[in-house]
Design a protein around this ligand. Structure first.
Ligand code: SAM
Length: 287
């Protein structure tokens, strides 16, 4: 690694995404301190929380709020100020802005308007939990918070149940028990989970067990604090299992009145498998 081309000057007309600690104030970076001290203003999800953070860091700065309920009006206002030559640091309540936090749209708006955006990296709950999980980190899918209820939640659970990548999910403590029960139902109770709790804080804890054991554990323990759930991906289907699944699904669709051609199209869409493979398996039915 070379440090010869560092970007350390705080520039005008630039939006800085500044990561802040997820629980341990000492995780603030030197660059975050510099940028927060030198920008013209700070946009924050919650100006009270972030005001407290800045005062603990010994920084005084004009702040404006940027959150889910005012981002449509606030986004263009921030962009206008940036165009006018000011520099802005965007921070969220904790961790990496724009990751399950407001910011995504502001970055997109800046990109559309030709405003430069730069990153001050640091803590992110999802990546910290993944690294600690002990599960495969080679391929992973970050799901953020799942839809809270209804059809949307069922569909998401059904979709991610098939995903072979390690899953990373944010969850509130009061929903944890219900979510674990649903994971057992949709993913199977043998899958491994790492419940990463209160990361970087005094009570940091990583609980590694199966989903069934996690459900049992939380029958007697009340979930407390902040959690990231990291779950093993779906086991890879063997060739033989895949053929049986395709054949079963095709037979059900055809029995329901669908043509063979439409059944193939449907299965390709559902599974993402190559069309020629599905076609070959469907042709075998009734051989
Ligand atoms: N943008 C932040 C990030 O990526 O680090 C995440 C913000 S999201 C609104 C808040 C969620 O992140 C919490 O509900 C929890 O799931 C997770 N989280 C944040 N801090 C955590 C911590 N110290 N330990 C475990 N999970 C944490």
């Amino acid at each position: 690694m070379s440090y010869t081309e560092e970007r350390n000057k705080v520039e005008k007309s630039l939006l800085y995404l500044v990561a802040t600690p997820i629980g341990n104030l000492a995780d603030i970076t030197e660059r975050a301190l510099k940028v927060l001290s030198e920008v013209d203003f700070v946009a924050a999800e919650d100006t009270r929380n972030s005001g407290l953070l800045l005062s603990r860091l010994g920084i005084k700065k004009p702040m404006i709020s940027y959150h889910d309920h005012n981002r449509t009006e606030r986004g263009p206002e921030i962009v206008e100020r940036l165009k006018g030559g000011e520099s802005c640091a965007l921070i969220s309540d904790a961790g990496m802005p724009a990751i399950s936090d407001p910011g995504e749209e502001l970055v997109a708006l800046c990109a559309r308007e030709g405003i430069r955006v730069s990153i001050i990296p640091g803590a992110c709950a999802a990546v910290s939990a993944l690294a600690l999980s002990g599960l495969s980190t080679r391929r992973f899918a970050f799901e953020g918070f799942l839809p809270v209820s209804g059809k949307e939640r069922k569909k998401r659970l059904t979709d991610i149940a098939k995903d072979e990548r390690t899953l990373i999910i944010y969850e509130a403590p009061h929903r944890l028990k219900k979510t674990l029960a649903e994971f057992c139902e949709y993913f199977g109770s043998d899958r491994r989970i790492a419940l990463c709790r209160e990361l970087t804080k005094l009570n940091e804890e990583i609980i590694r067990m199966t989903l069934a054991a996690a459900c049992e554990y939380y029958e007697s323990v009340e979930p407390r604090g902040e959690y990231v759930l990291v779950i093993d991906g779906a086991p890879e289907a063997t060739e033989a299992e895949e053929s049986v699944n395709i054949a079963d699904r095709a037979a059900a669709l055809i029995a329901g009145g669908m043509s063979q051609k439409d059944a193939i199209k449907t299965i390709v869409k559902e599974t993402g498998l190559p069309k020629n493979k599905v076609y070959a398996e469907v042709l075998k039915i009734g051989e």
